[in-house]
Every structure is written in structure tokens, then in C-alpha cells.
Design a protein. Structure first.
Length: 619
């Protein structure tokens, strides 16, 4: 994180104190732990969970009361949302930045159903999160007629079990203590993912009839990362010594600066080229001389050339290893590229299940290493005695490759004074962010890899791992909440479809005074799917000019600015030129630095700026 000046620190502390003043309960006296739900709240507090995102509901009215009137609405403090989808997306955005779980509370079956999609997305994002839900009373004699019956479902967790790491429905307050401790341990163990605890309304609302023991939570912490064996380290070193052209695929790695620095030292010491994914959070400085191809999801021409040349692939939990080989080399999904040694370092395999195929195709691997990638890199750096020098081991083969950032110089600067294309918009945003402590919470479909100029682990938080449209606003606000007092400017650049599906997430940012900027790349369309319809029409020899039908979001044109203003954001009329966008970004940044919220509707001409139709992620 950037070092703050004395004035900035003062302002940040001021804002922090103000946040704590939001939604303060009165007349609490000295609350005693007396009810079942007080026990759950008490354990939650001891686990140091700062926030709980929620939409209220009677099924958890006991737990709600415990947070307000027993905990005094702090640690965790409620972040009230206008849709369960946003509550989970905000927790996902927060967890991506902090690698710590945020809590969420969801009403019975109906709230959980609203939340199912972003929970799946958090599962694909590998984000830690503790989701509290509710049911019942399980004891049918205690159910209120009608409403308690429709909101009671047996095995409620079955709605989301296939994409959570663990769930439970404790039957007593004492069992709930264990349940919350276990949830915390599981969600914080890699690979991270959401966990769910369903609280029986009867248990929540029952008076405690016996003393409850809450043990020292420190004794239930997750284990530190397992170390890589000496034998595996030696094999890796030997493979590196024998390699002519090593290529690091830096995938799902940590947000810690020390790990980032280690990755750079490792790559420099072995002289490996590096590739990062535009789908995952920033993993390596993108303009570093070894980061030869611009970040991409599907391999661009440059990335393909690197993969083809490499004789050693070092995958740091790359999301789709077999898929990338298939696309770059035309290899069958599970076939090893014959001319390469493949090292794959990941713990993802222990989370694989039979329902979700997000584990991707099975890659053939010569050197499998079961460890968190940054653990492996740290041990390699130690084992190889890598010093802190910035001398890059030069590989003659790599010197001949034109770095993507140099190639960019011959490409067009943003057009001036005329309607912006996605390229113009992206280059304007890149220019604006240069050298500033900006965190891009999200970037939209079709954004060119050349606009990804990242210099630290918080530069970019990756996209929606589950391909879940509607999560952009929530992710942005959750990331901004985590970064509130850091001196970083949190920006979400999202599509108009994504914005419109998740637009009423914005109110939570205003209510909770979260400084944030949201910029919409507004092509007035679900444009990704226009492209799909065009392709189908081409395949079937049918008229492609009808591709817009059922896709364009126009007539009437939605007033995106009004939707943001209505929820407390500052804004201005839509901008349609790169000059106007640059001005708006500057104005927005000034406002957000003072703790405000800014919205920009950036009109772009339909069309993408990435390297071709197959770059597109939308399904
Ligand atoms: C919940 C959900 N519904 C539908 C889709 C299919 N889909 C993928 S991209 C996309 C369009 C998104 O529109 P927008 O955010 O405006 O981006 P654009 O396609 O215009 O670049 C849609 C509808 C999805 N991925 N998720
Ligand atoms: Mg769109």
C-alpha cells in the first residue's frame, strides 16, 4: 500500500471514524450473552470479521438483533444492500483484495436463491467468505402459520452445496460455536472459497439454558501453507538448468507485496519470460522486460509465440493449463506438448467436485507440485540463493522478441474529438492511471491487453471468475470498501449490461460512504452476444444484420447517470470523446480522493479492442 502523507492519514482516520458512526444503535447498556444467536455473533466477533453484508429477513431476526443490540453493530458492522446478489458480490470484491473472509447474512431459502449466482462466482474466484443463512424454526410446532412454513426448507444448503467448500446447520448454541470456528478455518485454507452456515430460527431465538464455552479462537486457525519437499525443489531447479526458454504462467497468486517481489526476483534470476492472465488479479509487473506479451485470457498472437517457443512451462496455478495449450498449440486437451516440460504448482485439485467443471480440462504435467504457488516461489528463491539484485539473466532468444509495450508505440493513440471506440477509451483510462495508486476492481469484456499496465498486487482484482454478469458493481464496491483508507483509488470499469443488472448495488456505497469510481463502457448492448448471434448467422448462412435483435439495450435509452445519481453518486452527462473522458476521470479522482463517489457513463461505439473474437470471455 502507498505511504500516506500526514494530511492523507488524518483524512483517512477521519473517514474511518465516520464509517464507524454509521447506523449506531442507542441505549444498549451492557449487553449480556443470553440468546442462541448471541453466541453465533460472539464467535463471529472473536474471529475479527469487520463487516457483514446483508439484506434482512425474519428467518434471521434473532441473529440480526444480536449483531445490533448485543455487538452494538461493530465487528462486524452491517453493510446493508438492496439485493442479496450485491451482498455476496461486495463480500467477493472485499475478499479478493484482503484474502480474508467478509461475512454475509441471507434470508432463508428466498434470500439464498437470490444469492446463488454470486456464491457460484465467488467459488470460481476462490474467494474466502462466511455466509450465514437461516431456516425454520426446524421444530414445526414453533412455526408461525404460512410464512415460517414457506421459508423453511429441509437441507437448504443443497441450493448451493455444489459450489461451496462446506456447510452446516448446527442444532445447539454450543454446536454453533464449533460450526463457526470450522467455517472460518475452511474458508481461510487454500484454495479459498465460500462456506455456508444455516441458523435454525428456533436455535437463534431460544434463551440460553446452559453455560456456553467459547475457546480461544487462535487455537482453531488454519494451518500455514505446506512446504514443498526438497526432492521437488531439486527437480524444479534441474529442469530450469536444462531449459533454454522457460516461461512462467503467473496465474492465481497472492495479493501480498512480498510474494509479488519474490515472483519478480525468481523470474529475473532464471531469465524466464512471464505471461499473466487478464482474468486473474495482477500477478507480475506487466511492463517488466520479461513480461513479453500483454495480459490476455485466450492466448494472443504474442502469447502463442511465447508458448510455442518455451521448452519449460512453470505454471503458478494457471487457471486453464490444458486449455491454453490447446489454443496455442492445437494440442488435444489432455496431451502434454511433446517438446516441453510442464511444472504445475497448485493446490486447486483438492477442491474439485463432480458438479462444477470450473476445474477445467485435465493437463498432463511432468512436475506436479502440490503447494500454494507463492510458497513454492519463496522456497525456490531461498534454495537458489537469489539475491535482491535486479540483474536479469539474459536469454538470447528473448532479446529478439519485441516487447508488447514497445509494439504499442506504433499503435494508435486515442482518437480525439470523435466518438470513442473501446480502444480509445482503454488508452485514455491507461493514460489516466499511469503512475497513480489505482486499483481496477474490474475491467470489461473486450478491453485490450495493452491497457493493462499493472505495477503491484493491488493494481487489478481480476474479472468475474464465474462469468457472472451483474457482479461488476458489487465487486467494485466491495474492493473499494477493503481499500477505503489505503490511499488507493478504486475504479470499476464495467459494461452497460453488467451495470444495469447490478445497478442498485450503488446505494450501499453511498450509505456506507465508500469512496469509489464506476465507469461504464456503454455500447448500449449486450454486445458480446451480438457477436455470438453474428457468428451463428454466418455459420448458417443467414443475415448477420439481425444480430442486434434481442441484444441492444436501447429505445428507450436507459439513463445510466440518473440511476447513479438517484443513489447518491456524483456524475455528469455521458461523455463520448477521449478528451471528455480524460477530464471526467480527473474530476472523479479528485472527488473520490476526498471520500466521494463518482459515476461516468462513457459512450463507446460498438466493437471490441482485444485481439480478436476468441478473446471474448462472455458465454
Ligand atoms: C447472469 C448472466 N446472464 C447472461 C450472461 C451472458 N452474457 C455474457 S456477456 C453478456 C453481455 C454483457 O453486456 P455488457 O456488460 O454490456 O458487455 P458487452 O457485451 O456489451 O461488452 C451476456 C448477456 C452471463 N454471462 N451471465
Ligand atoms: Mg454493453
Amino acid at each position: 500500500m502507498k505511504t500516506l502523507t500526514a494530511k492523507e492519514t488524518h483524512e483517512a482516520n477521519d473517514r474511518s471514524a465516520k464509517t464507524a458512526q454509521i447506523d449506531r444503535p442507542q441505549a444498549l447498556g451492557k449487553p449480556q450473552m443470553k440468546w442462541g444467536s448471541d453466541v453465533v455473533a460472539e464467535v463471529t466477533r472473536r474471529l475479527n470479521l469487520k463487516y457483514i453484508a446483508l439484506v434482512p429477513g425474519a428467518s434471521y431476526r434473532g441473529f440480526h438483533d444480536s449483531i445490533v443490540n448485543y455487538l452494538g453493530n461493530e465487528n462486524p458492522q452491517m453493510v446493508i444492500c438492496l439485493h442479496e446478489e450485491h451482498a455476496v458480490s461486495i463480500a467477493d470484491g472485499y475478499g479478493k483484495v484482503t484474502e480474508e473472509p467478509m461475512a454475509v447474512a441471507l434470508h432463508a431459502n428466498v434470500g439464498l436463491m437470490h444469492a446463488a449466482m454470486p456464491i457460484f462466482n465467488a467459488w470460481c474466484d476462490r474467494t474466502p467468505m462466511i455466509v450465514f443463512g437461516a431456516t425454520g424454526p426446524v421444530d414445526a410446532h414453533r412455526r408461525r402459520p404460512w410464512i415460517d412454513w414457506i421459508h423453511t426448507a429441509k437441507d437448504q444448503a443443497s441450493i448451493i452445496r455444489d459450489y461451496t467448500k462446506w456447510d452446516d446447520q448446527p442444532a445447539s448454541p454450543q454446536a454453533a460455536v464449533e460450526s463457526v470456528l470450522r467455517a472460518n478455518q475452511i474458508t481461510r485454507s487454500a484454495p479459498y472459497g465460500p462456506v455456508y452456515i444455516c441458523l435454525d430460527a428456533g436455535l437463534q431465538e431460544a434463551a440460553l439454558s446452559e453455560a456456553i464455552s467459547i475457546p480461544d479462537v487462535a487455537r482453531f486457525a488454519p494451518a500455514p501453507s505446506a512446504a514443498v519437499s526438497q526432492a521437488s525443489l531439486q527437480k524444479a531447479i534441474k529442469a530450469i538448468e536444462q531449459a533454454k526458454f522457460p516461461l512462467i504462467l503467473a496465474g492465481r497468486v497472492s495479493r501480498k507485496q512480498a510474494d509479488w517481489d519474490n515472483r519478480v526476483r525468481f523470474a529475473e534470476a532464471i531469465g524466464a519470460a512471464v505471461l499473466t492472465s487478464s482474468n486473474d488479479p495482477s500477478a507480475f509487473p506487466t511492463t517488466h522486460p520479461l513480461h513479453l506479451a500483454a495480459p490476455c485470457l485466450r492466448p494472443s498472437a504474442n502469447a502463442t509465440a511465447l508458448i510455442k517457443q518455451a521448452d519449460l512451462i512453470i505454471s503458478l496455478d494457471w487457471l486453464d493449463l490444458a486449455g491454453v495449450f490447446r489454443l496455442a498449440l492445437g494440442a488435444a486437451q489432455t496431451q502434454v506438448p511433446a517438446d516441453k516440460t510442464v511444472l504445475h504448482c497448485s493446490v486447486d485439485s483438492i477442491r474439485t467436485n463432480g458438479w462444477s467443471m470450473d476445474h477445467q480440462a485435465l493437463a498432463a504435467v511432468d512436475l506436479p507440485i502440490f503447494a500454494e504457488p507463492d510458497q513454492f516461489v519463496a522456497q525456490m528463491v531461498d534454495e537458489m540463493g537469489v539475491k535482491k539484485s535486479r540483474k536479469i539473466k539474459a536469454r538470447p532468444e528473448m532479446k529478439r522478441i519485441l516487447h508488447w509495450n514497445d509494439a504499442l508505440k506504433s499503435k494508435s493513440a486515442p482518437a480525439r474529438g470523435k466518438p470513442m471506440s473501446m480502444w480509445d477509451m482503454a488508452m485514455t483510462v491507461r493514460e489516466f492511471a499511469k503512475g497513480k495508486p489505482v486499483t481496477f476492481a474490474r475491467l470489461p469484456i473486450g478491453w485490450p491487453g495493452e491497457a493493462y499496465e499493472f505495477d503491484g498486487p493491488l493494481s487489478f482484482m481480476g474479472n468475474d471468475g464465474g462469468g457472472a454478469v451483474g457482479t461488476g458493481p458489487g465487486h467494485t464496491i466491495g474492493a473499494a470498501l477493503a481499500l477505503k483508507d489505503s490511499g488507493r483509488l478504486a475504479i470499476g470499469v464495467i459494461g452497460d449490461g453488467d451495470y444495469l443488472m447490478g445497478a442498485n448495488a450503488l446505494w450501499s456505497a453511498s450509505h456506507f460512504e465508500i469512496p469509489v469510481m464506476i465507469v461504464v463502457a456503454d455500447n448500449r448492448s449486450y454486445y458480446n452476444d451480438e457477436m455470438h448471434q453474428e457468428r451463428v448467422a454466418q455459420m448458417r448462412n443467414r443475415p448477420t444484420q439481425n444480430r442486434w435483435i434481442g441484444q441492444q439495450i436501447d429505445q428507450p435509452r436507459v439513463d445510466l447517470v440518473a440511476m447513479a445519481r438517484a443513489q447518491g453518486f456524483d456524475s455528469e452527462p455521458p461523455v463520448s470523446t477521449s478528451e471528455a473522458l480524460a477530464k471526467a476521470l480527473k474530476k472523479g479522482a479528485e472527488l473520490v480522493a476526498k471520500g466521494g463517489r463518482y459515476f461516468i457513463d462513457s459512450l463507446v461505439t460498438p466493437g471490441y479492442a482485444d485481439s480478436g473474437p476468441d478473446q471474448r470471455s462472455g458465454g
